[in-house]
Write a new protein. Structure first.
Length: 322
């Protein structure tokens, strides 16, 4: 019987009954939260997982749950250092993976930061754009040959993309006042566009890409928000949805928040999700209403021409920083 999956499904439920032995996955940002749970669920079902994190010194403690699940389920976990806010680190990580030469059945670009105070990466990019999008872009473009034929790329976006389109003229807030939520929104629109253009470039060899809205949950991603600011955000979301006649937004637990990433990487029909934006284990509908907290995806986050221009802009930014 076909499983019915949705907003309340967990990663383990998505993978229920599947044996992933012989499958290999790269998951960025496995030190905590959704990335850690994504890695754990894959390893628990027999997969070989390569996880990235910034600080390998903290890896043993952070990855204990994944290693335990792997031991029980027949999977494995290998860790590699990656700081997405440093192109030097990105290049070193890519070089290590390319030298190893083994293919991945899916790459899950999960790592990210949210609503940070203004800052710049080691290469001078605005921190959220540089970390959430440009670091992933640089890594994925370099290691694209490691995606197996018929493989998948899953890039984590966010409902926050509804707050703003990308700004190709001033991606680093050099000419405008910085706003942490505006920067976050732009970075998450960029990640969705990354999936769109990567899908176009690689679909001829059977590789497909999609972006994912994991769902709202309490993770370390909100570490830059005070308890008061976080509560205020939740109240703002609730009021905006109520004013639009939408049901209240429900917070997901970590297992539920990891479900759509795992669904996209393993279970979903890759040709149905290719170039699309996903939420709640389904392809999201386009919704261009101005409400930033509505469900669905803004059409600008799937704009193929904008995605091409962003890709070209990204290549230009990285070449200048090299």
């Amino acid at each position: 019987m076909t499983k019915t999956l949705g907003a309340k499904s967990t990663a383990d439920e998505v993978l229920s009954g599947l044996d992933l032995k012989g499958k290999r996955f790269l998951v960025t940002g496995v030190s905590s939260g959704i990335g850690l749970e994504t890695a754990r669920s894959l390893a628990a079902h027999g997969a070989s997982v390569v996880g990235t994190l910034r600080d390998l010194a903290k890896a043993e403690t952070a990855s204990a749950s994944v290693r335990n699940a792997a031991a029980r389920g027949g999977g494995t976990l290998d860790l590699i250092a990656l700081d997405l806010a440093s192109l030097e680190s990105v290049r070193a990580c890519a070089a290590q993976l390319l030298a190893d030469g083994r293919h991945f059945d899916a790459i899950i670009a999960n790592a990210g930061v949210m609503a940070t105070p203004f800052g710049r990466t080691a290469d001078g990019f605005e921190l959220q754009f540089g970390t959430n999008y440009l670091g992933h872009f640089a890594l994925i473009d370099r290691i694209a040959p490691l995606l197996a034929e018929n493989g998948r790329l899953v890039v984590l976006s966010s409902q926050a993309h509804r707050g703003a389109d990308v700004d190709l003229n001033d991606p680093n807030f050099a000419q405008q006042a910085y706003d942490p939520w505006l920067a976050y929104a732009r970075s998450k629109t960029a990640t969705s566009l990354l999936a769109v253009e990567f899908d176009r470039r690689h679909r001829d060899r059977g590789v497909r890409a999609a972006s994912v809205m994991p769902g709202n949950s309490f993770t370390d991603l909100a570490r830059h928000l005070s308890p008061e600011a976080l509560q205020g955000l939740l109240e703002t979301v609730g009021k905006a949805r109520a004013d639009a006649g939408l049901p209240p937004a429900e917070l997901k637990n970590i297992g539920q928040a990891a479900a759509t990433s795992v669904w996209a990487a393993v279970v979903a029909d890759k040709d149905e999700i290719g170039g699309r934006y996903l939420e709640d284990c389904a392809v999201a509908q386009i919704d261009d209403t101005p409400n930033p907290f509505a469900d669905g995806v803004k059409s600008y986050a799937l704009d193929a021409e904008k995605a091409k221009r962003l890709w070209a802009k990204s290549e230009e930014l990285i070449s200048v920083a090299a």
